[in-house]
Design a protein around this ligand. Structure first.
Ligand SMILES: NC(=O)c1ccc[n+]([C@@H]2O[C@H](COP(=O)([O-])OP(=O)(O)OC[C@H]3O[C@@H](n4cnc5c(N)ncnc54)[C@H](OP(=O)(O)O)[C@@H]3O)[C@@H](O)[C@H]2O)c1
Length: 267
């Protein structure tokens, strides 16, 4: 049996060469940048996706071999966003797909515009499903992998982040279901982190404070996802603090959890 330490060494310390091509969506943000660093160290060539070219170039420049990787710009909220991304990838079969791009909106449902709420569904739920469906033949051919970046926000309903939580709950259910369907052919990881220090909170508009005890460093989160992948895939709640939060979510009756979260998140 492969021990935890042995697994960690094989994931992080012993880079392999020419492992194939991996698409990382949302590679200009916190988790995406770290996925790029750790996957490059494992020998993968990367397609780095985002909307913001200067920030994507910053990601590229943090990598050791920028010439091995390429960038694709596409807004996943836009009508042709997924098609633009797929056209940029072309017909090369991928070794891996990281469905990471996403954002949330904090605020009361009635006072938040419908367009941004539907955009959350498009980017966080619809785009991963569309991308995976289109890229699956290549992933099957390569016996590849998919990592879906969901969230602990998908474990219980979240007042004042209602649409984001619904999108992540949907992503988790879908990801876990296809993990079972694809078992033995494509490895699937459903990554469910809790609060983490990336651009996410600022973009959502949420003030800092709620959930700060549970905030965990990004490198360990990505390392945990890749460790789960090395073990064949699975549902991954990374790190002790996020696992504690997950446990609390699981044991707290929903009606109490709703009240607690409403009092934490109410604008
Ligand atoms: N940080 C947390 O606390 C936390 C916890 C659990 C789960 N997550 C999930 O982790 C994932 C990565 O987020 P992060 O925390 O790394 O936040 P981040 O730093 O804000 O990065 C988000 C990434 O998603 C991309 N993105 C957002 N909307 C997009 C759109 N419409 N089209 C294309 N790309 C888009 C951004 O690209 P641009 O540069 O173009 O904006 C950026 O690269 C998200 O799915 C998020 O829901 C985050």
């Amino acid at each position: 049996m492969v021990g935890k330490e042995a697994c960690r060494r094989s994931v992080v310390a012993e880079p392999l060469a020419d492992q194939g091509l991996v698409l990382i969506t949302g590679a200009s943000g916190g988790f995406g940048i770290e996925f790029a660093r750790q996957l490059e160290a494992l020998g993968y060539s990367l397609i780095l996706h985002g909307r913001d070219e200067p920030r994507l170039l910053l990601t590229l420049n943090t990598l050791r071999h920028p010439a091995r990787h390429r960038l694709i710009l596409a807004d996943l909220n836009a009508k042709k966003g997924v098609a633009t991304l797929l056209a940029g990838i072309g017909s090369v079969p991928l070794a891996g797909l990281i469905n990471n791009a996403g954002f949330g909106i904090w605020g009361s449902f009635e006072q938040t515009g419908i367009v941004p709420q539907i955009d959350v569904i498009k980017t966080d739920l619809k785009a991963p499903i569309e991308l995976t469906h289109a890229l699956l033949p290549g992933l099957l051919k390569n016996k590849g992998f998919i990592i879906n970046v969901s969230s602990l926000a998908g474990v219980t309903p979240l007042p004042y982040m209602s649409t984001y939580a619904a999108a992540k709950a949907g992503l988790t259910y879908w990801s876990e279901a296809i993990r079972t369907e694809l078992a033995g052919r494509v490895r699937v990881v459903t990554l469910a982190p809790g609060p983490s220090p990336t651009g996410f909170r600022e973009i959502s508009g949420m003030p800092s404070g709620p959930g700060s005890f549970f905030r965990s460093p990004v490198p360990g989160i990505i390392q945990a996802a890749l460790l789960t992948l090395a073990r064949g895939g699975g549902y991954c709640v990374p790190g002790r603090r996020h696992r504690l939060l997950y446990l609390l979510q699981k044991i707290t009756p929903t009606k109490w959890a709703l009240r607690l979260m409403a009092s934490h998140l109410r604008p």
